[in-house]
Ligand binder design. Structure first.
Ligand SMILES: Nc1ncnc2c1ncn2[C@@H]1O[C@H](COP(=O)(O)OP(=O)(O)OP(=O)(O)O)[C@@H](O)[C@H]1O
Ligand SMILES: O=C(CO)[C@H](O)[C@H](O)COP(=O)(O)O
Length: 322
């Protein structure tokens, strides 16, 4: 009788075989990936929605990293941390999905419903030419960050974010104002430890804020947009002219780490006709056909913010020219 020694393939053989099998028949599609990170109610969905609607569902797909919550709202009540803690999310699965999406492959994405606070049935998410990933954690790990072409962090002043959070969570997520205030308090250490540090990993930091000493609704918010030298930014010389100074100007300021950085300031109270010129020039720069898409700048039914529209146009420029 002959002893048959079955030789198990080594790990490196298996990796090589998998790579060979994947490479055969694979036609890597170029997917442009944009991350929009920021704390809860910092305006990520609003920013994303306008861009997505402007470019159309055939070109662009987006999702929120809240879908990767590990626990539903009821389960979280007994836990010592909030959704802002990495432990409360499947961030390793998010990393895997981001890698696949970058390569043009579909994923079975988990689902979290904010209206009920429950986890839903996973859905097939197919990448398009452009994918936007917004949420609390897209810039959390080195591996996640490596999957993006452009990274953004939303950084409104805390009092603005708190007001937006109360408004949104009482209006759409079934919380009372006291519950939102208590939750904000409970979250503060985790915001500080896990969410705000992602700011330093963004190519672009956007802060929507009211103009000091001026009254007006959210439509008249200004925006300060830090353009870090980590990616090439558009040449803004045709946007920043003497005629448009009332609406936009560029300043060299100090970033939080003390390094100099270009800051594009968009004035929320500039006359509409001047802001419109800036929008038109940016739209021409982007080079897409047709007029400026109507969904840009929309912050609610019948409410438009020119500074939001300009921020969105800048991001569309990056997506189209990435
Ligand atoms: N640029 C803006 N100008 C004026 N209001 C805004 C702006 N962005 C957001 N808001 C207001 O803030 C609320 C919260 O914004 P949004 O839902 O976009 O935040 P988010 O960061 O996606 O929140 P979450 O992570 O908690 O889902 C919106 O309902 C809207 O009222
Ligand atoms: O920080 C948040 C980001 O949106 C939410 O509070 C978190 O996703 C949990 O959602 P909900 O409060 O609807 O249960």
């Amino acid at each position: 009788m002959i002893d048959v020694v079955r030789k198990e393939p080594s790990m490196s053989h298996r990796v090589a075989a998998i790579q060979k099998a994947t490479a055969r028949g694979a036609h890597p599609t170029r997917v442009t990936m944009l991350a929009i990170a920021g704390d809860s109610a910092s305006g990520k969905t609003t920013l994303t929605k306008g861009i997505t609607q402007a470019l159309g569902a055939e070109r662009i797909a987006s999702f929120c990293t809240d879908d990767y919550h590990r626990y539903d709202r009821e389960e979280r009540r007994g836990l010592p941390f909030t959704p802002l803690h990495p432990e409360c999310n499947y961030l390793d699965i998010l990393e895997q999905h981001l890698q696949l999406l970058t390569l043009g492959q579909s994923v079975l994405k988990p689902v979290y419903h904010h209206s009920t606070g429950t986890l839903g049935r996973p859905v097939l998410f197919e990448p398009k030419e452009i994918v936007i990933v917004e949420g609390l954690f897209p810039l959390w790990s080195k591996l996640s960050r490596a999957t993006f072409d452009v990274t953004v962090f939303l950084d409104p002043p805390e009092e603005v974010r708190r007001r937006w959070k109360i408004q949104r969570d009482t209006g759409k997520r079934g919380y009372s104002e006291d519950q939102v205030l208590a939750e904000l308090e409970r979250r503060e250490p985790e915001s500080d430890a896990y969410i705000r540090p992602q700011r330093r990993n963004a190519d672009i930091v956007i802060s929507f804020a009211p103009v000091a000493g001026r009254t007006g609704g959210d439509e008249t918010m200004s925006a300060t947009i830090l353009l870090r030298p980590t990616i090439p930014h558009p040449d803004l010389s045709s946007v920043l002219t003497g005629d448009t100074r009332e609406s936009v100007h560029l300043k060299l300021i100090r970033d939080q780490d003390g390094k100099p950085v270009d800051a594009l300031h968009v004035h929320g109270h500039a006359p509409t006709e001047v802001t419109q010129v800036v929008e038109e020039v940016l739209w021409d720069h982007i080079g897409l056909p047709g007029p400026i898409p109507e969904p840009l700048g929309v912050i609610g039914p019948g409410k438009r913010s020119a500074s939001l529209a300009i921020a969105q146009l800048l991001l569309i420029y990056h997506l189209i020219h990435a």
